[in-house]
Design a protein around this ligand. Structure first.
Ligand SMILES: [Zn+2]
Length: 490
């Protein structure tokens, strides 16, 4: 029997959503391309993210910083010293695996954050052997996840690195942006862009890759004067949380979360905004904020919650975003290494950082995975319109009697009203509907004999397959009305 994962990835490959990079030359594992359909879905996800998070405060802005950054940045951030994973290499066949993941697979527990010594002891105790050839593993060693890069051709080669997260861009740009934005806090700096990690064993399709896209917002604030937030907007909204030690996730109203989770309104507000965004992506109720224990979280994070979504393909909750209160770790580190003064004017401390971090590829996949539907005669993605690759397909019923001309007119009018439509005249009408359903297009517009007589067209709804007649002149208006996306527009 074909699994949910196989079905989703098969459509993904066949319909140019996501596929392995440079397949014809033999893919390097951990690199994926977005195809003609996938690029549209990803772009719309990113635009929805922009719209949602940048509108939370007048002083939140998007910036675009470089992917290659100098060595000093990663001295300041601690990546050169700390950013590595424990690797287990098979003594016979040479296959390499992440030791903590290997143990997790064998023992069904989480082992993230253990030292090399602890992992070595566990490997021996449980007699973990290579899954491929059954030989024992060599001693576990830490391996850097950074991609170094030689910059320029001069003798004294400059070393740069591909950024392992977008976050370092805002930290390195903080001083200039703070000045340019009238030295006001909170200041939010967002980046949607590529990041790179030399993962030891990439896996789970786009969930653990070596090149990936992040959407991250860094909020800089004064920890002694927490910024005001419109908390009334979320006070009755329920967060779904799984605190450390709890067995099951529970719902907590934001107004109660302040006390129960021991976090100020400022932090709870941003958790709610993250959850509302995930919810708007067609995942109602299929997520939770999982709190990390002290062993699991980075030492500098005061609060660390993973936002996890249930993916049918993996049969479990997987991390798609993170809520991190990083204290003064970042600006403190950059100030120390650069000798720049990054203190808040008139204060003797640097701003603190709240990071809202999203893995774009993981989110796109989680949305597709949860939107996948199978019926006896078709499969389709019940995508929310905000991330559907197109809003509507426009089809002449047959290729004669001036139907194509009329259909092209309708198509043009839709595009001019800002509705993202495509035109398709090949194959039977049933096949055209099926093709569009398969990639999640919410509406099909058909131009038939009646259109030529009375100027009406058929609007077919993807999920219900129901049809309605609408006058062509009122079509853009009707589609906008139907859209009712979380953002309230097409
Ligand atoms: Zn082996």
């Amino acid at each position: 029997m074909t699994s949910h994962f196989e079905k989703v990835t098969e459509i993904s490959l066949k319909r140019a959503i996501i596929y392995p990079d440079a397949e014809m030359h033999g893919q390097m594992s951990g690199f994926f391309d977005y195809g003609s359909v996938g690029s549209e879905i990803k772009r719309r996800w990113e635009n929805a993210w922009r719209e949602h998070f940048l509108s939370l405060n007048q002083n939140f802005h998007e910036i675009q910083t470089t992917i290659v950054m100098p060595e000093q940045v990663f001295k300041a951030s601690g990546h050169l010293e700390h950013f590595h994973d424990p690797v287990a290499v098979c003594s016979k066949c040479g296959v390499s695996e992440r030791a903590d993941h290997l143990l997790e697979e064998f023992l069904g527990e989480k082992f993230e954050g253990l030292t090399v010594q602890e992992l070595n002891a566990l490997m021996k105790k449980h007699k973990i052997v290579c899954t491929k050839c059954k030989a024992p593993f060599k001693e576990i060693e830490d391996k850097s996840l950074m991609f170094p890069l030689q910059v320029g051709a001069s003798e004294d080669k400059t070393i740069g690195y591909l950024r392992p997260e977008t976050a370092q861009g805002p930290y390195a740009s903080f001083k200039r942006e703070f000045r340019a934005n009238r030295q006001k806090l909170p200041l939010g700096l967002a980046i949607i862009g590529k990041a790179f990690r030399n993962e030891i064993s990439p896996r789970q399709f786009v969930f653990r890759t070596r090149e990936f896209t992040q959407a991250e917002l860094q909020v800089f604030f004064d920890p002694k004067e927490l910024p005001e937030v419109p908390f009334h907007e979320v006070k009755d909204y329920e967060l779904i949380v799984l605190p450390v030690g709890a067995k099951d996730a529970k719902k907590v109203k934001c107004s109660k979360a302040v006390k129960e989770l021991g976090m100020s309104e400022f932090f709870v507000y941003f958790m709610a905004k993250m959850q509302q965004f995930i919810e708007s992506m067609g995942l109602p109720g299929k997520f939770r904020f999982a709190q990390l224990s002290d062993e699991e979280k980075a030492f500098y994070n005061k609060y660390h919650w993973d936002l996890e979504v249930f993916c049918p393909s993996f049969g479990k909750f997987v991390e798609v975003a993170g809520f991190h209160y990083r204290t003064d770790h970042d600006l403190g580190g950059h100030a120390a290494v650069s000798k720049e003064n990054l203190n808040i004017p008139g204060k003797d401390y640097v701003p603190h950082v709240l990071e809202l971090s999203f893995g774009v590829d993981r989110n796109v996949f989680a949305v597709l995975d949860n939107a996948f539907r199978e019926e006896s005669d078709r499969t389709y993605f019940a995508l929310p319109q905000a991330v559907a690759p197109w809003d509507a397909g426009v089809y002449p019923l047959v290729n004669r009697e001036s139907m194509p001309e009329k259909a092209l007119e309708v198509f043009k009018a839709l595009r001019e009203s800002g509705i993202k439509a495509f035109y398709d005249a090949s194959g039977t009408i049933g096949k055209r509907y099926a093709r569009a359903d398969e990639v999640g297009v919410p509406f099909g517009i058909t131009i038939d004999g009646d259109t030529l007589k009375d100027g009406t067209v058929t609007v077919r709804h993807r999920d219900s397959k129901e049809q309605e007649r609408v006058s062509a002149a009122q079509l853009p208006e009707r589609l906008c009305e139907l859209a009712a996306t979380p953002q309230g527009k097409l």
